[in-house]
Design a protein. Sequence first.
Length: 211
Amino acid sequence: MQTLRCIRHAVTVAGPGPSRLGFTSRSITGATPSSTPWFIDSEGPVQSITRHTPPHLAPKTHELPENLSAGIRQLFVQLSKSPLLEPSTLSVQRPIAALPGPPLPRTLPKGRRKRGRTYSGEGLAEEPGGIWDWVVTAQVKEGTENRGSIEAVVRQVRKTLLSVDPPLPLAPNSKRRMLNGWAMIDAGKFAVHILSCDARRKYFERSAAEW
C-alpha cells in the first residue's frame, strides 16, 4: 500500500506527460479494476471435482426381512433418520436361540443308611424359540451415551410405536437415567435395544456358545 502511494505521488508531480518511471497518470488512475480476483484462473470453464466416498467408509445398508410387521418397518425408517445413531449398527433379526442347559442332578443320598435318593423329574416342556419374534438393535454414536443420547432415542422409539395404528402396548416410561449404556423397550412381539458401543460389544457380539 505504501509503495502504491509513492507511485501515485510521483506520477502526480510529473504531470500528465511521461514520467521518469515510464507511466502516465492516465494509465494508472484511468484503469478499470477487474472483478475477478487474481487467484482465480479465468481461462476456460471451471470444472467441478466430485469425490466419492471410499468403500470402507460407505454406510452399510441392512435389508429388512419380508415378513415384518408395519410397526417394525415404520420404526426402522424413523431410526435410520436419527442423527444420534450409527446407521451401520441398525438391524432387525431373529433372536438368538438359547442352548439347553445341563440336566438337573439327582438328589444325593442322606443319612447313615444312604436313603433319600430321589429323581427330580423331567420338568415342563418348553416351546422352541424366545420371548420375542424379532429383535431391533441400534447403537448411539460413540461418546454420546453419557450425554442423553440413549434417553432421546428411547423417547423417539416410544413416540413412533404409540403412533402406529393400532398403538402397540408399551410399559410405562422410566424416568431413570441409563447408566449402563443399555435401554430395552418391550413392544410385545418384538424388543428394541438401544446400546452404547461398549454394551454392544460386550453383550451382542458374542456367540451363543460363549454364554
